[in-house]
Design a protein around this ligand. Sequence first.
Ligand SMILES: Nc1ncnc2c1ncn2[C@@H]1O[C@H](COP(=O)(O)OP(=O)(O)OP(=O)(O)O)[C@@H](O)[C@H]1O
Length: 275
Amino acid sequence: MAAPQTHTAAESTPDELALDVRGLVKRFGDRSIFDGVDLAVRPGEAVGIIGANGTGKSTLLRCLVRLTEPDAGSVRILDRLVTGCDARALRRIRAGVGFVFQRHNLVGRLSALSNVVHGVQSRMSGPRTWSQALAPEKVRREALECLDQVGLADRALQAVSSLSGGQSQRVAVARMLMQQPRLILADEPDASLDPKSGAEIMALLFRISRDTCTPLVFVSHHMEHVVRFADRVVGLEHGRISLNVPVRTVDPERLKRFFSEPGSEGRPQSETVDA
Ligand SMILES: Nc1ncnc2c1ncn2[C@@H]1O[C@H](COP(=O)(O)OP(=O)(O)OP(=O)(O)O)[C@@H](O)[C@H]1O
């Protein structure tokens, strides 16, 4: 039987945590995806979630903001209870969470600037169908600054469909920046990209997280990105968190198992250590 999971970040009180997950359970029908996941993320911390295909990493990220409804347990984001809150409160919480997905959901026929302008709408009232041409000057300027931050100001008026995969992912990051997120969740932002572009996107997210002291929780199948960009590494296996340690302390050989096929090395020992 797996050892009990320790709640990490022991020196932070719950109301100081950026993310506080306790006893999270998710099933699809009869199938348990995870059962009793605890996870604590401190302000400004970068946490890399790893695990073989199908272990539930994306489902875990989605459960954090109830894009997928968890079956039990609690989630607090910046001391607001996500689980059990009403739709209005959930909208407010989500407005403060920047999501970067593997598939970026940009509108290809619209310009990079228009796509980024749309990022502001989750934090402002007003028309929900602004194009770049109709958005107030202040918003357009802000969107341009966000594109500048991701190195794409010179592509602002170009249709997203004509940009490369790496450039499109940068536009998605710029759109997320418009939200002024207080927590960034990134689900394999480095997938479907060539190695150089994947590393650049991860470096960009890491820089944003560090510069703005915004906590970053990301899923990656690239061990080198986890080692380089995470403060803490969290390994999901057999529906449990079996690794939760500062990256600087982890043996690379120990990490490798999480990047292999599920079940290839049997049931693991749990290891959770505070920074
Ligand atoms: N809506 C759903 N209904 C039923 N099963 C689902 C649903 N979403 C995910 N699953 C299943 O839950 C399991 C975990 O999926 P998830 O996408 O979270 O894994 P993952 O660790 O992110 O995988 P990968 O690394 O391949 O992206 C998978 O077996 C998947 O098929």
